[in-house]
Structures are given as C-alpha cells and as structure tokens.
Ligand binder design. Structure first.
Ligand code: 2HA
Ligand code: ZN
Length: 281
C-alpha cells in the first residue's frame, strides 16, 4: 500500500518542528544500531522558550504530572523527552504518542505537558536520572542541552569482562581507537549496578555527571550528554565503537597498541587535557 503524507498529516505529526524531527530521527538511528530493543533507551533535550513558542502554544497546558522528586533547579525549563514504555522503533511514525514536550512548573513540583504524550503516556521512567544529570551538567556547562541513554551493545558486553574501575576502563577505551582521547578526554564514569528508574540511581549518575560527560551503568547501558543531539550521540557512538574493538580483540594476542606517549602527543595535537591519573607519563 502506498501512503502519501499530505502536508496536513506531516504537520500534525510535528515533523515541521525541528526539535521533534531531531528526536524522531535520532531515536530511529539508535534503534537501527540495535541499542534500543523493545522500550529500551530514553532521551531528554532542554529547549529554549523562544524555540518552543515558535511552534507550540506555551500557554496551553494539556495536563499536569507530579513526579516523586523535586525539580526546583529546573523550574520554568522546557524539555522534549521520550515516553515511558514506548519503543524507539515507533517514534518516527508517531512522534505525538512517543514523545512529550514538558515545562517544569514555576514551583518545581509539577510537569506541564504542552504537546505529545498522547493517550495518557508518561515521560521516560528514567526521568530522575535525566533531570538530576541536566542539573549537574548545566552547573559545569551552561550550553549543555542533551541527556541520552541506550543499551549500546558492546559497552554493555564490556562491563562483563573488564574491571569496572573507571580510570582503567577509560584507558582501555582510549587505547582502542586513536580518536577516543580527543572525543572524551574526561573519560567515562561508572556507577555500581543498581535498579533502574529510581531516584537513587539518578543521584549516583548525576554525581558522576559533575565530572564526566558519559556514565556507564554496568550490565545495562550508557548515558551520554552534550550541547546538541549530535554531540551526545557522537559521544556514545565513539565509546561504543571503542568497546566494539575491545570485544573484537579481547582474548587475542595483542602485538602492538597505542602507547601512553602517543596518547599524550595526540591530546597535545588536538588541544585536549586527558583526565589525570590515567596515563603513565
Ligand atoms: O526502558 O532503558 O533504563 C527504558 C530504559 C530503562
Ligand atoms: Zn535502560
């Protein structure tokens, strides 16, 4: 059957809105990478009021949601987020059911739904981690905008066979691809295994976000952050690529590797500072 999208249907789906299109496209990419089976993964994207108001009536609150944590530091801020229990596979076909545009109320206690989350859908189950991470990343980088979570396959696999010491884990990743130390000179944070979806894992993750752009959840997945969707996705892609190379070479005889001196030379050439305490120079 041929389906022709008329202007009206594409408008209704929200594709004319840049941040909705970006969310729909990036979730599709993640799903196609095999990182978001079933309802796995979630994304939240902090937006400026002016960019939202261009497309959405910010004075019309569709409904209110009261999460079990305070969001005082984010009062008045706008986010587009993925919905709880929904499949990344389906976002592109129906953004309104699978995404939501939210504003944190002025008292920081409620979420005001301005668009999407159709048929009573809720924001991502990992909202505590997302919001607590936004708060910490914004403190270190006012341009921070995006928190992205998925179940990147090789990152997950690597957490079974590599020591979970974050300095050692970071060094191994840096050694896998020449670009790595340039893309994530701050390394990767790692928290202990914890139950997902709760405030506690949110607090642990956000604590790491004070120092790291990316945090690994052992036997679960990864959180990446950035000033744009591309940056957060690119960070996860690069870490996942390094983890993939690690999984390919693990157990094989290593004949040569990138030396610590080469990593330092690289960092100097690209003007980045590798996290101290990792390279033996
Ligand atoms: O179900 O990925 O961590 C969404 C998740 C939970
Ligand atoms: Zn997950």
């Amino acid at each position: 059957m041929n389906v022709t999208l008329t202007n009206e249907t594409t408008q209704a789906a929200g594709f004319h809105i840049p941040f909705i299109r970006e969310m729909a496209e990036i979730t599709q990419h993640m799903w196609k990478n095999g990182w978001d089976e079933r309802n796995g993964g979630n994304v939240s994207y902090l937006l400026e009021e002016e960019e939202v108001a261009k497309y959405i009536d910010i004075n019309h609150v569709i409904r209110k949601i009261k999460p079990a944590f305070s969001m005082q530091e984010l009062a008045g801020k706008y986010f587009i987020v993925t919905a709880s229990g929904k499949y990344f596979k389906n976002v592109l076909a129906d953004p309104e059911s699978n995404l939501g545009l939210l504003r944190v109320s002025n008292d920081g206690q409620e979420l005001e739904v301005l668009w999407g989350l159709k048929s009573g859908a809720n924001p991502t189950s990992e909202l505590p981690t997302h919001f607590m991470s936004h708060i910490e990343r914004l403190k270190v980088d006012p341009k921070h905008r995006v928190v992205m979570h998925n179940h990147a396959t090789n990152v997950l696999a690597m957490t079974f066979i590599h020591e979970l010491d974050e300095l050692k884990f970071t060094k191994t990743l840096w050694q896998m691809c020449t670009e790595c130390v340039v893309v994530f000179p701050d390394g990767v944070g790692i928290i202990p295994w914890m139950v997902p979806g709760l405030n506690e894992i949110g607090r642990e993750t956000a604590e790491k976000m004070k120092e790291y752009h990316a945090v690994i959840w052992p036997q679960h997945g990864i959180f990446g952050t950035g000033t744009t969707i591309d940056e957060a996705f690119g960070l996860i892609e690069t870490i996942e690529k390094a983890a993939q190379v690690y999984m390919l070479v693990a157990g094989h005889e290593i004949r040569q590797r990138i030396t610590d001196q080469q990593l330092v030379t690289l960092a100097e050439a690209f003007g980045v500072t590798p996290r101290p305490g990792i390279l033996n120079i």
